[in-house]
Design a binder for this molecule. Structure first.
Ligand code: PBG
Length: 344
């Protein structure tokens, strides 16, 4: 590491500048940098998304996400154990649904024995103290790849919400701790809250994907859950326009009014300005999702030796803290937690 100090053999001589402030003084050594550091990433800030698939003792790499696998339920329990050992508070579950089980209505979402519900039960049986988050949306289950019901090419709002409510109840029944609606239908947070309360799940939290943008950065995720080829059209009639910022605040305000316990901004890195505005405006527990495409960019560049992968990972994660996020959903969660443990 470079150390500063008077340079006696400098090639260039110059009279000292008459400066009162020399900001570099606070950066002169590692201990000094630690002393003035404003934001710190800890394992408490991490939520680890996992992709569950059929089979036993099976891990299948996701080609567009180097280092990420689709895993069978038993392996999901092993990763849950790894999360617990690494002090990661919470994992998030996403299914790769057998194409034969997908239909127009996404009915497999309501199967109490689907992959997500099986995983939640298996994890909770062994590790009841680990937080488990379940995504609520129909896209892993529909043959058309949309998050909602489709009629004549239109995504139906209220009809979709009725199904999402059932999906949330099935997941809560399985033992999930946090329901995270990612579908962007209007009114779904309120409808889900009411249904959860009526069914006695008053302690099940809702993390609303409140400001979720129609983004090119979800590509590798759609490979991972097998909806990429299926998707007809795009999601712009329900996910937000990336040009908008005030609209994000209106979305967040509605979700809070409807009963969201936590709010999420997605994607992450290209939307740090939104994270900051949301946190400053509402002071709610605010999360960011460093999505699959963001992960893929860093992993691919690192794999090619173009950037230092570990440093880029840690830099990207502390950036979320700096922007005001309370935590991050990231495919780097386990790797980052390992790194924090080494450094700790
Ligand atoms: C589904 C959902 C998506 C993601 C999380 N939940 C994809 C989408 O909206 O198309 C993306 C996550 C990622 O890219 O890592 N509603």
């Amino acid at each position: 590491e470079m150390r500063d100090g008077p340079r006696r053999e400098a090639a260039v001589t110059a009279p000292p500048l008459d400066l009162v402030a020399r900001p570099r003084r606070n950066r002169k050594a590692e201990w000094a940098r630690r002393l003035v550091r404003e934001n710190v990433l800890t394992t408490d800030d991490l939520i680890w998304p996992l992709f569950v698939a059929d089979g036993t003792n099976k891990r299948t790499p996701v080609a567009s996400m180097p280092g990420v696998d689709r895993i069978s339920v038993d392996q999901c329990v092993r990763d849950a154990e790894r999360a617990l050992k690494l002090n990661i508070p919470c994992i998030a579950l996403f299914p790769y649904t057998d194409p034969a089980l997908r239909d127009d209505a996404g009915s497999e979402a309501l199967n109490a024995k689907n992959l997500v519900c099986k995983s939640v039960r298996a994890i909770k049986r062994e590790f009841p103290d680990l937080g488990v988050l379940c995504d609520v949306a129909l896209d892993p289950f529909t043959s058309h790849g949309h998050d909602g019901l489709v009629e004549d090419g239109r995504i139906l709002n209220d009809e979709t919400v009725a199904v999402l409510v059932q999906q949330a109840l099935v997941q809560a029944e399985a033992g999930c701790d946090i329901i995270a609606p990612s579908d962007m239908m209007d009114g779904r947070v309120g409808a889900i809250r009411r249904a959860l309360d009526e069914a006695g799940f008053v302690d099940v939290q809702i993390m609303a994907y409140a400001a979720k943008y129609a983004s090119a950065f979800y590509g590798p995720f759609r490979d991972a859950i097998g909806s990429a080829k299926a998707l007809t059209g795009d999601k712009r009639t329900y996910q937000m326009d990336s040009a908008n910022s005030d609209e994000a605040l209106r979305e967040v305000e509605l979700d809070i009014a409807e009963g969201a316990d936590m709010v999420l901004v997605k994607p992450g890195m290209p939307y740090l300005d939104i994270v900051r505005r949301v946190k400053d405006t509402f002071g709610m527990p605010t999360f960011a999702y460093q999505v699959s495409g963001e992960y893929a960019m860093i992993a691919a560049a690192a794999g090619n030796g173009w950037i230092d992968g570990d440093r880029a990972m840690m830099e990207s994660l502390v950036a979320f803290k700096r922007a005001g996020a309370d935590g991050v959903l990231t495919y780097f969660a386990a790797a980052a937690a390992e790194k924090l443990k080494q450094n700790g």
